[in-house]
Each structure stands twice: as structure tokens, then as C-alpha cells.
Design a protein around this ligand. Structure first.
Ligand code: ZN
Length: 220
């Protein structure tokens, strides 16, 4: 078994559960319009971090300018290992980034953070309904990764209710990314089974600022 060869280079500083609680607290502060003084960037903290980093969570979020990860979770320098890509999709480089955080820094929480009215999801739905022939190959690569989780929805009555269709598609895409990451590599599977790594899915609401952790490992 190759799994036996996996050596974890770092011990977790805080558990996945504790990390999740910290993110929930930070998002509550953000929604309430209060900020923790501890998370304000400072010269002292910057210097302190030159010695190394121990981000307590890894977040795979969307590139959307309205969902800046550190801000919506009220976190500071060195707190979060952030991967952002349109549509919070999972390709090998995202899996590699998550492996890196978990292995090198002992990060034991991974959150896939999608959001309401995601443009990448809307573009995919549009492309499925009215394919554009001149779509760029690179954009196509994103649409292709979103497509499997949303195209079934287009075969249902949801196609008559655009808002609900996008809402369900956003969640389906988050779930697909969570599943993909959970089974994305031997290292990640090993850490989930043996070392308490949590991979959860959440949706950020542009309207309320709230993050709903609707796809939680504890519920699976
Ligand atoms: Zn988006």
C-alpha cells in the first residue's frame, strides 16, 4: 500500500472543528459590522510571520471581487491559506494547493466557499442553454468543470425559475468540489481518515454577508 509511505510533516496546531468555530465567529463579526483588533494587519505581525506560517484553514473560494475571503471571515495576516478561482472549481492545481497546506502547515480544515449569484455558474447555465461558438478555450475549461454538477438541474422544472435554478446550481457545484477534494488524492484521503482533516462546503450570501456551512463533514 502506497498510503503507508505518507509521512505528515507537520502536526496540526488546531483541530478542524476548532478551526470551523473560529471561521463562524469571524463571519458573525463581519455580519455584525464589528472587527476583531487581532486581525488588523500590522507591521509587528508581518515581521512575526517571516519566521513561518500556520494558517488554521484552507479556503477554496471564487475569484468574485465581492467575496474576499479574509474579510468575510474577519481574519488577518497568516490566518488563511486561500485558493481562489472563478466558480471555486477543483482542478489538479487546487488539489495540490490543499495538499500543500495540509502537509506543510498542519491545516486541518478545508472549506469550499461558493456564493450566491455566482457569475461562473450563470455563465455555465447560459452556455448549456445557448452555446456560444466563440467562447474562449480557457473559459471553456471552467465551464466544463462546472457543467456536470449543474446540467441535471436543467432537465427539471427548475429551468422555469431562474433564481432558484442558479441557487441550486451554486450548491450543487460546491458539493461537487467538496466531493472532488475529499477524494482528490491519497494524501487528502489519508488525512481525512487518520488525522481529522475536515473538508466542508459553504455558501456566502452577497445580500446578508452570512456564510452558511451547509455541507458539513459531521452531517455526512
Ligand atoms: Zn463566483
Amino acid at each position: 500500500m502506497q498510503l503507508m509511505a505518507i509521512k505528515i510533516r507537520n502536526t496540526p496546531t488546531i483541530s478542524g472543528r476548532a478551526a470551523l468555530a473560529r471561521l463562524r465567529d469571524g463571519n458573525r463579526r463581519f455580519v455584525a459590522d464589528v472587527r476583531s483588533k487581532d486581525t488588523l494587519p500590522s507591521r509587528a505581525r508581518r515581521i512575526e510571520l517571516t519566521a513561518g506560517q500556520e494558517p488554521f484553514a484552507a479556503i477554496l473560494g471564487c475569484s468574485d471581487s465581492r467575496v474576499p475571503v479574509e474579510i468575510v471571515f474577519d481574519q488577518g495576516l497568516g490566518d488563511l491559506f486561500v485558493i481562489r478561482v472563478a466558480g471555486n472549481i477543483v482542478a489538479p492545481s487546487q488539489i495540490g494547493s490543499v495538499e500543500f497546506a495540509a502537509e506543510q502547515f498542519g491545516t486541518r480544515l478545508v472549506v469550499v466557499l461558493g456564493h450566491s449569484n455566482c457569475g461562473a455558474i450563470q455563465a455555465t447555465l447560459e452556455q448549456l442553454q445557448q452555446p456560444k461558438e466563440n467562447q474562449s478555450r480557457n473559459l471553456h475549461a471552467i465551464v466544463d468543470l462546472v457543467r456536470p454538477s449543474v446540467e441535471n438541474l436543467l432537465a427539471t422544472d427548475l429551468k422555469h425559475d431562474l433564481d432558484e435554478l442558479v441557487h441550486q446550481a451554486v450548491r450543487a457545484n460546491i458539493k461537487a468540489s467538496v466531493n472532488h477534494l475529499r477524494h482528490g488524492s491519497e494524501i487528502i484521503e489519508y488525512l481525512i481518515q487518520k488525522d481529522g482533516l475536515l473538508v466542508v462546503g459553504a455558501e456566502y450570501s452577497l445580500e446578508t454577508g452570512e456564510v452558511d456551512f451547509f455541507e458539513d463533514a459531521a452531517l455526512v
